[in-house]
Design a protein around this ligand. Structure first.
Ligand code: GDP
Length: 416
């Protein structure tokens, strides 16, 4: 069997081994433990946050306005409050925490309205990080925000400065789900144009929003579901906790108008179904994974680096024998090359030393030769000189002197 690009061989099994039951085991264990989900809602007062949350979870997560005691003073600035509820459906428990941000967008100057919200999100990351660093980590409570539903006012125009600023400041810290609130206040055509303008603004400002993505492991049904969800972003939703009567007499959640009713759970009327599908039915785990593995991981890295921690990649490197062998081979080659270079350098140094020694002795020989030559030339000159002088001092003997009696009559008196 040929390995694929990743080097993994795909094998078909002959019989039943049992690990295909693993998803059921995970399911059973998770059902026993229950799930946690923390959702933040951001948008100005009266935009429909509590209505939508109560509609989404079909529960009174947010108490009725009449039940909430009127606060003595209106909230100054942005507050962050949270409420939890245990909800159960078909035996599956969900601990839902909804984090509300009353006061956001309600002031005259909303320039820094994002600040307390960002601080709250980061403080939850910090709390998780502190627990992770504890010696005993068996009971880590995870209060990190898994998603933020950002309510956009149904103006029909572009995004407002407060929307852009908020999303720009928070998109790397949370899974952003922008929605058009009170979608029933715009016509279908207005909504279509408004959604296009919102997406253009989001793209223009490089804002990352949460989007379902399909991969090669997804079945065709999931791929098509994801595509449909994606086509509805930003979801235009309506919320209502009230039941209204349809013309056929059935009761549905919706809003009544003189001209008819708008149904919450009707895909032709709004995108509530798609939002609920993504948030609760198909992508809850993906939202949690993205929070844990991407957003929190990035935050944690930045935080630890800013605190002066440095990662030794050799310690955390995955062990791969092939990579290790290759590294050892490279290290050996480098060592041999270094040795060779050192030996060449020593050899060259020795040759140079020899050469300079030879040159020195050649110069010495030459100097001696020159000296001897000078001495010899001097001696020769002296000899020549002597010779000349000797020659000059020795007058040539005349024939007479050589043979004094020759040609002359012997004088018998000579010598007297
Ligand atoms: P919050 O202050 O953001 O929590 O807003 P509420 O959920 O309390 O809603 C404020 C008002 O808007 C209430 O009277 C709701 O009935 C109404 N409302 C909520 N959702 C919608 C909606 O989708 N469409 C319309 N037309 N009104 C809504």
């Amino acid at each position: 069997m040929k390995p694929n690009a990743t080097g993994i061989q795909k094998k078909k099994m002959q019989g039943y081994v049992g690990f295909s039951n693993y998803p059921n085991q995970v399911h059973r264990r998770s059902v026993k433990r229950g799930f946690n989900f923390t959702l933040m809602v951001v948008g100005e007062s009266g935009i429909g946050k509590s209505t939508l949350i109560n509609t989404l979870f079909d529960s009174k997560i947010f108490p009725d306005r009449e039940e909430t005691p009127p606060s003595a003073e209106p909230i100054k600035g942005v507050d962050v409050t949270s409420m939890s509820a245990d909800i159960q459906e078909n035996g599956v428990k969900l601990r839902l925490t909804v984090v509300d941000t009353p006061g956001f967008g309600d002031s005259i100057n909303n320039e820094d309205a994002w600040q307390p919200i960002l601080e709250n999100i980061e403080s939850r990351f910090d709390a998780y990080l502190a627990q992770e660093n504890r010696v005993n980590r068996s009971k880590i409570s995870d209060n990190r925000i898994d998603a933020v539903i950002y309510f956009i006012k149904p103006t029909g125009h572009c995004l407002r400065a407060i929307d852009i600023e908020f999303m720009k400041r928070l998109h790397t810290k949370v899974n952003l789900i922008p929605i058009v609130a009170k979608a029933d206040t715009l016509t279908a055509r207005e909504l279509e144009l408004f959604k296009a303008k919102i997406m253009a603004d989001i793209n223009y400002h490089g804002i990352q929003i949460f989007k379902p993505v399909s991969d090669e492991f997804d079945d065709p049904e999931t791929v098509s579901d994801n595509r449909e969800i994606l086509s509805k972003i930003p979801f235009a939703v309506i919320g209502s906790e009230k039941l209204v009567e349809r013309p056929d007499g059935t009761m549905v959640r919706g809003r009544r108008y003189p001209w008819g009713i708008i149904e919450v759970e009707n895909e032709e009327h709004n995108d509530f179904i798609k939002l609920r599908q993504m948030l609760l039915r198909s992508h809850m785990e993906e939202l949690k994974d993205s929070t844990d593995m991407v957003l929190y991981e990035n935050y944690r890295t930045q935080k630890l680096l800013s605190m002066g921690h440095v990662q030794d990649n050799n310690v955390f490197r995955e062990f791969n024998p092939l990579v290790l062998l290759e590294e050892e081979r490279r290290a050996h080659e480098a060592k041999m090359q270094k040795m060779e270079a050192e030996m060449t350098a020593v050899f060259q140094q020795k040759v140079q030393e020899k050469e300079s020694k030879l040159k020195l002795s050649e110069e010495e020989l030459y100097a001696r030769h020159k000296e001897m030559k000078t001495v010899l030339e001097k001696q020769r000159a002296e000899l020549d000189d002597k010779k000349k002088r000797a020659e000059a001092s020795v007058r040539p003997i005349t024939p007479m002197e050589q043979h004094p009696t020759k040609g002359k009559k012997k004088n018998i008196f000579s010598g007297f």
